[in-house]
Design a protein around this ligand. Structure first.
Ligand SMILES: *Cc1c(COP(=O)(O)O)cnc(C)c1O
Length: 456
């Protein structure tokens, strides 16, 4: 065993918890490209967005210069129910791998919703309540966001309407029941409830849905129902801002022991956990104070960074949302039914897209079966049964630790363990039974989708 002068779990005191979120955009020289109105091709104004989003969240979305946003007291109180989350030194994993690397993971699965998404859900519900709204609508893929938002809405007494991607609705009935336990209504998407849902069903009968479709339905419902706004669990600048709580806590915990990471790794669906985890570290890198290798890990079945185009695209399949400049596979791209539901989005945060474009971070894609091998290995060695999404980061962290073994380098690796996999046992079952496929889209399939990108 290595000298264990660093504890297995580094916890912060409540008093050391962040009092403000950090807005990485403030330190970016090349700011992320603005959202565009698809009609005029001009940047979206706060006023144009106000029918869709809550006012304070729009302010956060459009602000590229304010570095710190104070966290309101009501949100900090809620955070204290499940935060600070532990930063764990993976001593057992290091020993099993026989690596000189030092591995840490920030575990965000210690709340009922089971993932980091609650960090932004509670903020978004708070601002909706402050504005005097009746409720919010949203989409959910794997179900983690819907679950998190239901919890947050229940806390503030808001109505919550969730459009759940049909494949997940069917594969994950227990997620649906958790949402209903917290008082949300859950509709499988595409549905007959909205115009856009009916249109998608007509064009693609039997479709298992996608996040892009569900977003279109939720937005339509919000703008057509008085007293409602739409909220989104990833991709947007405001979500990355709220998720900076992950990175700020991680950095505070490491700083206590004078630890400087070399490599920071996170899975990337829409980019919110990764954007949050890396925020303060990337801030240092942008200001020239420190350097880190930062790696985004995505599924080979939905490879936005590694095979996507950096272009303006719709955020949803129904093309009702503004255009965002991002690494995208095209808003019409519907990935193979991969089990990491939270990583099936066609696009990527504009902030991370700009950073990746500027060469400030790297990206890799990994195949589903190797991800589940890593997940099972991790569960047996470290005890935590990971979400399939999180296991993408585990896979790459293990790969990097093995490289350290081969080269004898004592690197410090930090990765985001975004959630637990208790509701993903159908996926684990497929893996154990050898029924898991590794479908990777062909260049032709991607090109067909790129051909439909809007001209901006
Ligand atoms: C949603 C989700 C992700 C991916 O979303 P990001 O916005 O890219 O962070 C990753 N892990 C878990 C457990 C999730 O629920």
């Amino acid at each position: 065993m290595k000298n264990q002068s660093i504890p297995y779990k580094i916890y912060l005191n409540e008093s050391q918890m962040p009092t403000a979120w950090y807005n990485l955009r403030a330190d970016m020289k090349n700011k992320p490209a603005p959202l565009l109105n698809p009609g005029t091709m001009e940047p979206m104004t706060a006023q144009e967005l106000s029918g869709v989003f809550c006012d304070e969240l729009i302010r956060q979305e459009l602000d590229n210069t304010t570095a710190y946003f104070p966290i309101p007291e009501a949100i900090r109180s809620f955070y204290k129910m499940y935060r600070p989350s532990p930063l764990v030194r993976a001593y057992c994993l290091e020993e099993k791998l026989g690596t000189p690397a030092k591995i840490y993971y920030k575990f965000e699965g210690n709340n009922t919703s089971g993932s980091h998404k609650l960090n932004s859900a509670i903020a978004q519900a708070y601002y909706a309540k402050e504005q005097g709204l009746k409720g919010v609508t949203t989409e959910t893929g794997a179900g983690q966001w819907g679950t998190a938002l239901s919890m947050a809405c229940a806390y503030f007494g808001l109505d919550c309407k969730v459009y759940m991607v049909k494949v997940s609705y069917e594969q994950k009935p227990f997620r649906r029941e958790v949402m209903r336990t917290y008082g949300a209504s859950v509709t499988p998407s595409p549905s007959m409830e909205t115009e856009v849902g009916r249109k998608i069903l007509q064009e693609h009968p039997g479709t298992t849905g996608s996040l892009g479709c569900a977003i279109s339905e939720a937005v339509e419902k919000a703008v057509s129902t008085p007293g409602y706004r739409y909220v989104l669990g990833s991709v947007l600048n405001q979500v990355l801002l709220h998720q900076s709580v992950i990175g700020l806590e991680t950095k505070a915990a490491l700083d206590q022991y004078g630890i400087q990471p070399d490599i920071i790794i996170g899975c990337a669906g829409g980019g919110s956990n990764l954007g949050g985890l890396i925020a303060p570290f990337m801030g240092q890198k942008l200001r020239g104070e420190a350097d880190y290798r930062i790696i985004a890990v995505e599924p080979a079945s939905c490879p936005s960074f590694t095979r996507g185009k950096y272009a303006y695209d719709f955020c949803d399949t129904g093309m009702v949302c503004p255009l965002a400049k991002m690494y995208t596979l095209g808003s019409g791209f519907i990935p193979a039914p991969n089990h990491a539901g939270g990583l099936r989005y066609h696009g990527m945060s504009s902030v991370l897209s700009q950073l990746y474009h500027d060469g400030l971070m790297e990206a890799v894609s990994v195949k589903q079966t190797e991800v589940f091998q890593a997940a099972e290995y991790f569960a047996r060695v470290e005890g935590i049964l990971p979400a399939p999404e999180s296991a993408h980061a585990i896979k790459t962290a293990i790969d990097e630790a093995v490289k350290c073994r081969e080269t004898g380098q004592e690197k410090t690796i930090v990765f985001g363990l975004t959630g637990t996999g208790y509701f993903d046992m159908v996926a684990y079952e497929k893996f154990h039974d050898g029924n898991m496929s590794d479908y990777i889209p062909t260049d032709e399939e991607l090109q067909k989708s790129f051909d439909k990108l809007p001209r901006a």
